[in-house]
Write a protein that binds this ligand. Structure first.
Ligand code: FAD
Length: 357
C-alpha cells in the first residue's frame, strides 16, 4: 500500500516517521527544500510542543476537545524522545530540543527516512482513478492521500493560494483567511516610541468588552505594536466580530512611582509626559492586524465540518487533512506545532500506527 502526502512540513514529516516501514510514502513539496516553517519556528529554536496545551488554547474548542480525547501532548513528547530527540521544558510548559536548534528536530524526524520526496513539485490537482489517486500527471497512483499543505502565513503574496488551490479537485475552499499570531497596526501616533520594549499587563477590548488579558513584553514599532503577548491578542481578536477594538496596557502594574522619570524607559517617559498618558491604562486603538506575511499562522482555512474527528474527508474516507491547512489555530508557545503533530498522530493511528506505551 502507498500514501501520497502533499507538503513536506512538520505534520507530514512526523506522519512519515510514524508510518515508515508500513507503507511506501511519497511526499510532494512545492519548495526546493523541506520543512521551511519548522526550521524557522521559535526563531530557529523550535518550540515544538506545549505540555499545558488544552482545547481552550485554540479557536475551535469543540473540535479540539475531540482531538485531546484521542491524544495527549505527553504521547507526542514520548514519541519524539523515542525517536531520539532530547528535549527541555521551560516553566511555561514550552518544549524545545535541548540543542535549541530546529535542525536537530528535523534531523530526528528524517533519520533513516525512506519516504521519497519530490521537491519543486506543486500539486495542482488530485484525481480519482478507480479506487486510487493521481497527483497531477504523476505516474504512480496512490491508495491514500494525506493533505498537509499548511497555510500561507508568513508567505509572500503571490504564493498564497498554492496551499489550497488543488483542493478545488474536492470542491473544498478555505474559510476566510486572516493573519494570526501577528502584531497590530495602531491609530495613535507612536512617534518617539519605536524600538521601546516594556513589560505590561495588556487587555484586549472589542466593543468595550474585555476579551482577553495577559502579561508580557510589548514591542513598539513605527505604526503599531508587537511581541508575544500582542501576537496572542491577535488570536483572540480573530475570534470576535473585530468591531471597535483597542488594547490597554498597564506599564507599571501595581506601582505608583513618585518619580516617573526614574521608572520608565526614557523614550516612554517623554511620550507619556507629552501625550498625558495614564501609565496604568495606556489605550491603543486598533486599526487591524499586520498582514499575512508578518503572521505566524492563519485564522481560517478548511472548515473542520468537512472532516471526521479522525481527520478523514467526509466525502472520501481515504483522504486525510491535517495540520495548519485546517481552520484550527492556537496561541504562541508551541501550540500550533502541537496541533500539527497531534493531527498527524491521529491520521497515523487511522493508518495503522500503534503506540506501544
Ligand atoms: C516564523 C514562524 C515561527 C513559528 N514558530 C512556531 C513555534 O515556535 N511553535 C509552534 O508551535 N508553531 C510555530 N509556528 C507555526 C508552525 O510552524 C506551523 O503551524 C506548522 O509548521 C504547520 O505545520 P503543517 O505541517 O501544517 O504545515 P507546514 O509546516 O507549513 O508545511 C506545509 C508544506 O506544504 C507545502 N505546500 C503547500 N502547498 C503545496 C502544494 N500545492 N504542493 C506541494 N507542496 C505544497 C509548503 O511548501 C510546506 O512545506 C511558526 C510559524 C512561523 C511562520
Amino acid at each position: 500500500m502507498n500514501i501520497a502526502i502533499i507538503g513536506a512540513g512538520a505534520s507530514a514529516l512526523f506522519l512519515q516517521a510514524l508510518l515508515k516501514n508500513k507503507y511506501d510514502i511519497t511526499i510532494f513539496e512545492r519548495n526546493k527544500k523541506i520543512a521551511s516553517k519548522l526550521l524557522a519556528s521559535g526563531n530557529g529554536r523550535c518550540n515544538l510542543l506545549n505540555i499545558n496545551a488544552s482545547s481552550n488554547d485554540y479557536n475551535n474548542k469543540g473540535f479540539m476537545d475531540k482531538v485531546f480525547s484521542k491524544v495527549n501532548i505527553m504521547n507526542i513528547l514520548k514519541i519524539f524522545n523515542k525517536l531520539g530527540l532530547t528535549t527541555t521544558i521551560d516553566e511555561e510548559g514550552r518544549v524545545y530540543p535541548i540543542s535549541l536548534s530546529s535542525e536537530t528536530v528535523l534531523n530526528i524526524l528524517t533519520d533513516k527516512m525512506n519516504a521519497k520526496v519530490e521537491l519543486n513539485y506543486i500539486v495542482k490537482s488530485i484525481k480519482k482513478v478507480g479506487d486510487k489517486y493521481q497527483i497531477n500527471d504523476y505516474k504512480t497512483l496512490f491508495d491514500y492521500c494525506v493533505l498537509a499543505s499548511g497555510s500561507s502565513a508568513s508567505i509572500i503574496e503571490e504564493k498564497q493560494n498554492l496551499c489550497y488551490d488543488y483542493l478545488k479537485s474536492f470542491n473544498l475552499s478555505p474559510k476566510s483567511i486572516n493573519p494570526s499570531l501577528v502584531g497590530f497596526k495602531i491609530k495613535n501616533s507612536l512617534k518617539g516610541l519605536f524600538g521601546v520594549r516594556c513589560k505590561a499587563l495588556c487587555k484586549l477590548y472589542v466593543d468595550n468588552m474585555l476579551i482577553h488579558e495577559e502579561r508580557g513584553e510589548v514591542i513598539f514599532k513605527e505604526d503599531g505594536i508587537s511581541g508575544i503577548v500582542i501576537m496572542n491578542m491577535s488570536s483572540y481578536y480573530n475570534r470576535t466580530n473585530k468591531r471597535s477594538s483597542y488594547i490597554t496596557i498597564d506599564i507599571l502594574e501595581g506601582i505608583n512611582p513618585n518619580n516617573l522619570k526614574g521608572a520608565l524607559n526614557p523614550k516612554m517617559y517623554l511620550y507619556v509626559i507629552e501625550n498625558r498618558i495614564d501609565i496604568h491604562s495606556f489605550r491603543l486603538d486598533i486599526i487591524d492586524t499586520y498582514g499575512i506575511k508578518d503572521s505566524q499562522v492563519i485564522n481560517g482555512g478548511i472548515d473542520v465540518s468537512n472532516i471526521s474527528d479522525t481527520f478523514r474527508l467526509n466525502s472520501d474516507k481515504n483522504i486525510f487533512l491535517m495540520g495548519e491547512m485546517l481552520d484550527i489555530d492556537g496561541i504562541c508557545g508551541g501550540y500550533n506545532l502541537s496541533f500539527a503533530f497531534m493531527s498527524a498522530y491521529i491520521v497515523g493511528s487511522e493508518l495503522g500506527y500503534e503506540n506501544k506505551d
